[in-house]
Design a protein around this ligand. Structure first.
Ligand code: ADP
Ligand code: MG
Length: 316
């Protein structure tokens, strides 16, 4: 199948022009009409076979995960998704692969509320680069730099499940698609919840490389320190069944790929945040607090405070 019939038959039907995106697939560029009073947020995420996803993983799963990871960056800013471009490179393109790509985009578009507006298709090693566009009220995007002394530290969902999936990933497991695999292949979607956080959160980010390393980004950008409480880290029941508690906590701190939201907010917002989370059906846990011991990250366990040296996953 050539690139042009692939685009015409499998991609164009997925991209319908709208008031917001009056020009979508088919021209040299897509055109976005931003809402007045809004700023555009842009993020790009590249994923390479064998590095970011296992070799031979089916295209539909690769696409859903890549889109989920990219849209997670929009949520981290509190932005509403407008559209995405997908740059795909592949070594073979036949009807069954085109069908899987179509299916993956269709699923991702619905799950993450993000329209397909363009992309690129080239011959080369299997990889995908997703660029997402979203909008947020002018000057209101949630940054990493706003955490204040004494703020609460909150996290959505449970931690460590996707990392456990990755430790056990093979073709057999992919076919089985157990709870851990689902956590890895289908990152959570916090599009609505994240926008509700705008009046409350002082800083926010998404957890891609592990809590222990990622939270340092907020501490560095905000010039603060933090104390986490080990017993408060949200662990799923399946994870606690599989692993001894110490190992589960370790995965929650060092494991990547959760794509949960980590944010800080003044104590005075506790009740408001918990009721928003309840209304949105989001699990929300307070895991510690910010302090002014710049750059220091500690964790208390059964009342004993330790410096947290374990860092999350780093790429180099
Ligand atoms: P150009 O050569 O001008 O960059 P292309 O022939 O590469 O245009 O693409 C034609 C149209 O198809 C463009 O609108 C582009 O955005 C879209 N497109 C190409 N590949 C993809 C893809 N993988 N996903 C979504 N849209 C794509
Ligand atoms: Mg062109």
């Amino acid at each position: 199948m050539d690139e042009f019939s692939f685009i015409r038959e499998y991609l164009s039907p997925l991209a319908k022009p709208s008031a917001e995106v009056p020009v979508s697939i088919g021209d040299d560029c897509a055109i976005i009409s931003p809402t007045e009073g809004m700023q555009i947020c842009i993020s790009t995420d590249a994923q390479v076979e064998g590095r970011h996803f296992p070799a031979n993983a089916p295209w539909n799963l690769v696409i859903t995960r890549a889109v989920g990871c990219a849209v997670s960056d929009l949520s981290a800013m509190g932005a509403r998704p407008i559209g995405m471009t997908l740059a795909i490179s592949l070594t073979e393109l036949d009807a069954s692969i085109a069908e899987l790509i179509h299916k993956g985009i269709q699923h991702a578009r619905e799950r993450y509320h993000c329209a397909l507006i363009g992309g690129d298709t080239t011959y080369g090693p299997k990889q995908i680069t997703v660029t997402v566009f979203g909008e947020v009220p002018v000057g209101r995007g949630m940054l990493r730099s706003g955490a204040n002394d004494d703020d609460d530290i909150w996290v959505t969902g449970t931690l460590g499940d996707a990392a456990y999936a990755l430790s056990d990933l093979n073709e057999h497991r992919i076919a089985e698609m157990n709870m851990f695999q689902q956590r890895y292949w289908f990152p959570p979607c916090y599009v609505d919840f994240a926008q509700s956080l705008l009046p409350y959160a002082s800083s926010c980010m998404d957890l891609s490389d592990g809590l222990g390393g990622d939270i340092r980004q907020i501490l560095r950008a905000s010039n603060q320190g933090a104390e986490l409480v080990s017993e408060c880290l949200p662990l799923s029941q399946p994870l606690c069944k599989k692993l001894a508690i110490e190992r589960a906590v370790e995965l929650a701190i060092t494991g990547g790929d959760d794509y949960e939201l980590l944010f800080t907010a003044a104590k005075s917002h506790r009740e408001a945040l918990l009721s928003i989370a309840k209304a949105e059906g989001v699990m929300l846990t307070k895991i510690g607090s910010i302090n002014n011991n710049t750059g220091q990250l500690s964790i208390t366990e059964e009342g004993n405070r330790k410096t947290l040296t374990a860092t999350g996953f780093t790429h180099f």
